[in-house]
Design a binder for this molecule. Structure first.
Ligand code: ZN
Ligand code: ZN
Ligand code: ZN
Ligand code: ZN
Length: 529
């Protein structure tokens, strides 16, 4: 099934609730300056490294920073793509640059551009005869060559933009930890270090230096790009935001300039840490912590991770098979090996499931979900029914299915909004209301997930209301219902108004604004609501 929220990666910082009060050892100036001083400052502690703290009272939507990248390029493991504009290429639709690397067309808009295929890069790739390793008859075999492109771009900054290079080299590498993960270190050695030094013969860059660049990219880069392009970028200050499984910011990247803009998603007080989530928030604690440990090299101990109920959202909870009304929760969510026990201590004393059995069960259910076609509403509903006595209604697996359903009802053939029965419309509404309660906790404020779900919620409300109007209901009943629609749309249009207009979320934002205008017409007929 498709994921609906892009996971953006960032810098790792070792942090925990108890550590978050660590006194700062020194201060740095914030990068963004407003009329009355910087918005944030950078603090340093032994445990957390550098992290970003607000100096202002910020409200949702306030811009914290907006900056151009230092470097961007293809993600590790990406498909064969144009080196200029990063469009994914098929073998029959590509041309070769003079350096021998693939382009979408000889007139690609990224040709000769700093954040595309620059002249310097082209000259180096040509001089090193790097294209002799590109087999145009086998795109699959060609893919690993792209892993070395961004590291090369970082190294080239040494000559072309020494300031950016120096700045980049101050970022965390986690070399000590990464060196002890043989699979990771050896893959980098083979596909990046040896590629640059041996295949391309660029011996002026040392092994250690290239491994450090790999580490900097793994730890600090952001996945960016609209509409299926697969690119990553390093930014001058955004990497300083530390991780939290309940983040207080939201960020977007601009399609043509790759500029990254970070906004507060909730209220942020002076002195409060500015955070983003490096893990997908619609995952269980076990999954998020596993991802963070493997990819960002730290063990998250945030408030959400430390609480077996995940702040009352029950996104990891199962329904107790024994008493049927307790919830099966981890006895220690910070220990992946800990047993799972029933929350109903009186009825189910001593009941437990081992971490291993729990994992097996979840793997089996996950596989089942992954096999559902991403437009198959009926099978999704059948799945929810099948596991209604096993998974908590807001278990993360159910949440992902419900998020899909919230967007499919009203949008796909056979389920277009005007064709839906009152019953199905009510179902869509019920799902939206259920999932937004969870999003209010794990992605609170002005976040993409909330914006999209609020938008989805307005549609069934509006259609149900129109039908009721036709069946005659009182003006005051209508007014109070319209008020609810208005509230959804107003918030959705503000939140989605920050998204790039060409993105699906941005288009939803435009639609929300149009719908608002129509509701105002109702207001004219009915009087203010
Ligand atoms: Zn191109
Ligand atoms: Zn070229
Ligand atoms: Zn956490
Ligand atoms: Zn029980």
């Amino acid at each position: 099934m498709s994921k609906h929220s892009r996971r953006k990666k960032g810098k790792s910082a070792r942090r925990s609730q108890s550590q978050s009060t660590t006194s700062s050892e020194n201060f740095e100036e914030g990068f963004d300056v407003t009329d009355d001083g910087p918005i944030f400052e950078v603090k340093t502690s032994k445990v957390m490294g550098r992290y970003m703290v607000s100096r202002k009272n910020l409200k949702p939507g306030d811009v914290i920073l907006s900056e151009a990248p230092l470097v961007i390029g293809p993600c590790t493991g990406c498909k064969v793509q144009c080196l200029g504009c990063y469009k994914t290429l098929e073998s029959s639709f590509c041309t070769k640059c003079t350096c021998g690397w693939p382009l979408c067309s000889p007139k690609c808009k990224g040709l000769g551009k700093r954040f595309g295929h620059s002249q310097v890069e082209c000259a180096v790739l040509k001089a090193t005869k790097s294209s002799k390793f590109l087999n145009y008859d086998n795109f699959e075999e060609m893919r690993p060559n792209f892993n070395a492109i961004v590291p090369l771009r970082c190294l080239l900054l040494k000559e072309t933009d020494a300031r950016s290079y120096q700045h980049l080299m101050t970022m965390e590498t986690h070399n000590e930890i990464r060196r002890n993960i043989p699979e990771l270190w050896q893959t980098n050695q083979r596909t990046v270090v040896d590629k640059i030094r041996i295949d391309w013969g660029l011996r002026e860059y040392s092994q250690e230096e290239i491994h450090s660049v790999c580490g900097i990219l793994e730890v600090n880069s952001f996945e960016i790009g609209q509409q299926g392009v697969n690119i990553r970028g390093l930014y001058p200050s955004a990497f300083l935001m530390s991780h939290d499984c309940v983040p207080n910011t939201n960020h977007i990247d601009e399609e043509s300039t790759f500029r990254l803009t970070v906004r507060a998603s909730t209220r942020i007080e002076p002195g409060e840490m500015i955070t983003l989530s490096y893990a997908y928030t619609l995952q269980s604690t076990l999954k998020r912590r596993e991802h963070l440990l493997e990819n960002k090299f730290f063990e998250c101990q945030c408030r959400r991770c430390s609480d077996p109920t995940e702040l009352g959202t029950f996104t990891s909870a199962l329904i107790c098979p024994k008493c049927k009304d307790g919830f099966v929760l981890s006895s220690n969510p910070l220990d992946p090996e800990a047993d799972w026990t029933c929350s109903n201590y009186n009825k189910c004393p001593g009941y437990k499931i081992s971490a291993k059995s729990m994992q097996l069960l979840l793997d089996k259910i996950t596989q089942e979900v992954d096999n559902i076609d991403c437009n198959d509403v009926i099978t999704m509903e059948t799945f929810l029914k099948k596991y209604r006595n096993v998974l908590h209604p807001t278990h993360y697996i159910n949440l992902s299915v419900k998020l899909s359903l919230s967007q499919l009802y009203g949008r796909i053939n056979g389920f277009l909004i005007d064709e839906l029965s009152d019953e199905v419309l009510t179902r869509k509404l019920e799902i939206c209301e259920e999932i937004i309660k969870v999003f209010n906790v794990i992605e609170p404020g002005f976040t993409r997930l909330r914006g999209v779900t609020l938008y989805e919620m307005h549609a069934p409300l509006m259609v149900l209301l129109t039908r009721q109007f036709e069946r005659h209901c009182t003006k005051s009943e209508l007014r109070s219902k319209l008020k609810k629609v208005l509230k959804c749309l107003e918030e959705a249009s503000v939140i989605l108004g920050y998204e790039p207009e060409s993105s699906p979320e941005g288009m939803m934002g435009v639609a929300a604004k149009d719908a608002l205008v129509k509701i105002r017409d109702w207001e004219k007929i009915l009087g203010r609501f």
